[in-house]
Design a protein around this ligand. Structure first.
Ligand SMILES: *Cc1c(COP(=O)(O)O)cnc(C)c1O
Length: 366
């Protein structure tokens, strides 16, 4: 198989054609010409049902995930589309209690009329046998956002399948280069490509991948009928960004490793977590299923004021929610209602020079 960098650069490309660009531009169309009175074969006919740019990016992401990719306009659109497609009224749904907060909110509010039997379990477990009983879907998130805890996808997929449940993994933090949940036994991957996959903090996008062709067809059907479709220009920007994902992750992980080392001994910092560090509690299980590390770490300062001071004094790090971009950012998660201490920081290492970033953060802390 070709390497990560090669697949990021060439994923989804079309046959080279003389005098055509290496990467075709976005196609803007509401209706397409039918070429006559009636549609010919499965040719594109309407923008809600199909776009050549979607298919190109879906080929690229699907190849990286090892399945059929269905592109959606955001990570939440991906999660919502999967849940609406798979779940029926009264179904049991297993969710991480410590994962992305909007997923829990979606289930509690928008999907409340389904009267789901929601079972929340922390990502680090334990997963008692009864949580899988008659479950329809087990949604895992590893590494979890924002806590960066890890669960064993292969083991949990086996247990969930034995109970007759489907398994989906929110792979946002890891990215398809960091972890391939479908190979580990998951039935579906959901992801917010808004984060590291797009990586420039300028657009929202998401996708679901599955090896199950029928499920992919149903997800596409939900997308077409719900009308929650990705915009052609955002899709094109995302595809353009994907080319450098391997390079960006490499620098981000190197920066996270250097910061984790520099902060480990710092007296103002506690609760430091980065799964790539050999001393991290999640390092063992993460090493068994992850292919590389990312740039997201977390730590705690004394209180909210200490986080404010850090961001005030830093030149390179901005207070920003989201993560995975080329700029280093830090997010005080308690402000958004995550069940974490006031001084809890999710830190996203960007692509700055390692020495500059470490010096900036240490200088801002002192
Ligand atoms: C950001 C995020 C989402 C939601 O993605 P959007 O693109 O913002 O809709 C879902 N899951 C995780 C783990 C995320 O970090």
């Amino acid at each position: 198989m070709l390497g990560d960098g090669t697949r990021c650069v060439h994923g989804g490309e079309s046959e080279p054609a003389v005098a055509e660009p290496l990467m075709p531009g976005p196609v803007f169309a509401a209706p397409y010409h039918l070429g006559g009175a009636d549609r010919v074969g499965d040719a594109d006919f309407y923008g809600r049902a199909g776009n050549p740019g979607w298919r190109a990016l879906e080929r690229a992401l699907g190849e990286l995930d090892g399945g059929h990719c269905v592109l959606l306009p955001s990570g939440m659109a991906a999660i919502g589309t999967l849940l609406r497609t798979v779940l029926h009224a009264g179904d049991a749904l297993v969710l991480p209690s410590d994962g992305y907060y909007a997923t829990r909110d979606l289930v509690r509010t928008e999907l409340s009329e389904l009267n789901l039997d929601v079972r929340e379990v922390p990502t680090s477990g334990p997963f008692p046998p009864e949580v899988f009983d008659d479950a329809r879907l087990v949604l895992l998130e590893t590494p979890s956002n924002p806590g960066l805890d890890v669960c064993d996808i292969a083991e949990l997929a086996e247990r969930a399948h034995a109970a007759g449940a489907l398994v989906a993994v929110d792979n946002t933090t890891a990215t398809p280069l960091g972890q391939r949940p479908l190979e580990l036994g998951a039935d579906a991957v959901v992801a917010s490509d808004t984060k590291a996959v797009c990586g420039h903090s300028d657009l929202l996008l998401g996708h679901v991948s599955t090896a199950d062709e029928e499920l992919a067809r149903r997800l596409t059907g939900t997308r077409t009928l719900s009308g929650a479709i990705p915009a052609p220009f955002e899709t094109w920007l995302a595809h353009r960004s994907l080319a450098t994902l391997d390079l960006r992750l490499e620098r981000q992980a190197a920066n996270a490793a250097a910061l984790a080392e520099a902060l480990a001994e710092h007296t103002a910092v506690s609760g430091l977590r980065w799964p790539g560090a050999s001393s991290d509690p999640a390092h063992g299980p993460a090493s068994r299923q992850m292919r590389r590390w990312g740039g997201v770490l977390r730590f705690e300062l004394r209180d909210a004021e200490a986080v404010r001071r850090l961001l005030e004094r830093s030149r390179l790090v901005s207070g920003t929610t989201s993560f995975g971009g080329v700029h280093s950012t830090a997010d005080r998660r308690a402000q958004w209602g995550d069940p974490v201490p006031e001084g809890f920081v999710r830190f996203s290492a960007g692509c700055e020079d390692t020495a500059d970033l470490v010096a900036d953060v240490l200088g801002a802390l002192d």
